[in-house]
Ligand binder design. Sequence first.
Ligand code: ASP
Length: 407
Amino acid sequence: MVQWKKYALILAIATGFIIGVAVGFGFGKSAGVLKPLGDFFIRLMRMIVTPLVIITISAAVAQIADLRKLGKLVIGTFVIFISLSIIAAAWMLGPALYFKPGAGVGLTPPPGYKPPTPPTVADILLNLVPTDFGNILNVSGLLQAIVFSILFGLAVSLLGDKGRPISEALLRLSDVMIKLTTIIMWYAPIGVFGYAAWVIGTYGVGILVAYGRLLAVDYAFSLIFFFVAYTIVVWLSGLNPLKYWYAIIEPAIIAFSTRSSAVALPVNLKIAKEKLNVPDYVAQLVLPTGATCHMDGTAMYQVLSTVFIAQVFGLPISPALYGTIIVVAALAAVATAAVPSGGLLMLAMTVGAAGMPLEGIALITPIDPLLDMLRTMINAEGDVAVSTLMARILEGPKWWEKGKQSA
Ligand code: ASP
């Protein structure tokens, strides 16, 4: 019975998506009236994501009594995150230069367009800490919520026996949040249906033709990275990669249609723990931090869009700048908020670093939703792959057989 229910939900979400696409094609712009169905789902998810992040991360850190293990988990996770993002950004540079998706597009930015100001490195670092506690309660303050939660969990862990009741309570609260996610997920098929109809209805066939080449390069090479890189990462963890690919179907559709890694996080947590058996303390640290700090899809998009803009304006990019573009794209991906089109704002960082006109970002804006769908799916599911590798690093071979455990 329980087994049947699991399949039923995946099937319902996939069906919602397919019907939504069909309705979008059939009704065109009028399918936009269905958008509120998707908005409602996003609101439900946004409602739970901040408490989920705070509770799960602090619970994970509080559980780890062994500080060396904690250090290994935090440092290992970030090293893997940033290495993958740099590989992703470097991978996309070749196809972007070779296939020249921007050559001959010849569009001009709309009059009066004001490019967003790129944040400075000091801004990014200062932004790790909120000005007020209240800031961490917004979805846009997730990065700050993560910093707070790691420190809070550390304080609980350092309290030793005195902190134990709090760490127990945090664990129970994590269970409550996962349960809440399960309840909300029953609405997901309708939300996904509404968003699919709206996006296809609004950006349907016309835009696919105009920006075909950009989309083709983006989809082809991002998907190759997605399949090859994460199959290797999961294989390194010792787990059969097919298990991973099967488990992520549900969150991948959620990420693809909602365009928000934060929205996909609750489902990612659920499947990592329940379907892949990733230990709680690993999943609860890697996935929430990954949702905001690890975005390989966004890193690839940053590189491709920057090169595209240069080509549209007919400006050459000096090979001396390739390294800068790759590193800045990976950093911009770390700083990107896990919300729809969060990466569009951060594009200013990479485009600016390459010395290209920021006005070019206006060219990307109309098709950003279509690019965003794919990159969000890659962003979100890359975290699940990394959580399996961290489980291998911390728990040794056959970590999935050890069952539920704390550190
Ligand atoms: N929408 C993406 C995400 O949530 C971020 C981006 O726009 O690049 O992962």
